[in-house]
Design a protein around this ligand. Structure first.
Ligand code: NAD
Ligand code: AKB
Length: 338
């Protein structure tokens, strides 16, 4: 404040705060399983009009219709740039991608979408048009040569799916842009996410959502994975909290600029079905593994997330029992409302 009068100092502070307030957060892929819940939470924290939701879909989902929405194909670099400039976007959460099961049926397209979208956003940060990026990776970066139990942060990584290959390559590019161009990119290797507000988008872990939909409608569930396929999973509210916590953490506490391991709860389909049966005694499940079994077999059983715990104080909260209760209540309520 040395050379400024109090009045000038006050005005400069007001302008600074206004610039901060006016800058926007862009969520790309906002209509998806994570996107809807992330937009809702970001709007609660930073204000409805601060969070610009976008997706390739023309229509904004009902759940996020109260705030700004724009149609955007993340591969359209010039439209992305225009949106960023016209709206003073300073942070981007990039969620648009093809997930593991869908990507296997369109490998070349999955590679193109998953990589080109990331490059378009990294380039915006390189040219300092935006300040911060969140980009999710996945447990799919590991492969059958990685240790299966408590898979460490740094280990053998030989993914066998196009999705896993794109996520591992994406992680390397994130670290590269951080080291070379000082890009503030932050990332988490999400486990399979479980939620009821929006349907999952074509992953191998989707069974752990589908099973609840059948349980509340009193239908038998045919599981496409075997009863013993143990995978790392997480309840959505924990994943959203992790996403916001890593983005809010001081930059120098984020020591890993590829992507952090993140652990929630590990279970197999039988353990999940048993827990559901404690609440819905009539629930029945049978097992008919398909091509997704090989994908699940190549992924870890459980994850060591001690680096995330140490660097930015990550801690998972939901246990299997809570998750089952929340899913059954959430889906039953939605059913009654329909
Ligand atoms: P999703 O499939 O539910 O949602 C993706 C959204 O992206 C969709 O709404 C889709 O319309 C949109 N989209 C597709 N192509 C687009 C394009 N060209 N431009 C703009 N939008 C486009 O996926 P999700 O489960 O919400 O996952 C979001 C991110 O998190 C992905 O990168 C995924 O790999 C990662 N992830 C998810 C999980 C999980 O269990 N859900 C686990 C690990 C990692
Ligand atoms: C998928 O199954 O593809 C996703 C993931 C774990 O990345 N849920």
């Amino acid at each position: 404040m040395t050379n400024l009068s109090f009045g000038d100092y006050f005005i400069s502070k007001v302008i600074f705060v206004q610039i901060l307030v006016m800058s926007k957060i862009l969520v790309v892929g906002a209509c998806g399983q994570i996107g809807i819940e992330l937009v809702l939470e970001l709007r609660k924290l930073y204000g409805t009009h601060t969070v610009l939701a976008s997706d390739i879909k023309d229509n904004c989902p009902e759940a996020i219709i109260d705030g700004p929405y724009i149609t955007l194909d993340i591969m359209d670099k010039s439209k992305l740039e225009t949106i960023v400039e016209n709206n003073n976007v300073k942070q981007v959460y990039l969620l648009a991608a093809l997930l593991s099961a869908t990507a296997e049926s369109k490998p070349r397209f999955a590679w193109k979408l998953n990589m080109e979208g990331l490059f378009n956003v990294l380039e915006l940060a390189k040219s300092k048009k935006i300040n911060k990026i969140f980009w999710p990776s996945s447990i799919a970066v590991f492969g059958s040569n990685s240790p299966m139990d408590q898979t460490p942060q740094h280990t053998v990584m030989e993914p066998s799916t196009v999705y896993g290959i794109s996520k591992l390559a994406g992680e390397r590019w994130c670290e590269y842009y951080h080291n070379k161009y000082d890009v503030d990119v932050r990332s988490i290797r999400y486990p399979g996410l479980i939620s009821y507000k929006s349907a999952p988008g074509g992953g191998t872990t989707d069974y752990a959502v589908d099973i609840f939909v059948k349980a509340v409608s009193h239908d038998e569930y045919t599981c496409y994975l075997s009863a013993e396929s143990k995978l790392p999973m997480m309840y959505m509210s924990d994943a959203i909290r992790a996403t916001i916590e890593i983005m809010e953490a001081p930059s120098d506490s984020i020591k890993i600029r590829s992507s952090y391991n993140l652990a929630g709860i590990s279970f197999n389909p039988k353990e999940l079905a048993d827990e559901i049966q404690k609440k819905r005694a009539d629930f029945k499940i049978k097992y008919q593994p398909d091509f997704r079994q090989a994908i699940a077999d190549s992924w870890p059983n459980s994850i060591d997330d001690s680096c995330a715990q140490k660097d930015w104080n990550w801690k998972n909260e939901s246990k299997l029992k809570d998750l089952v209760s929340k899913m059954l209540i959430g889906l039953s309520r939605d059913k009654e409302e329909v």
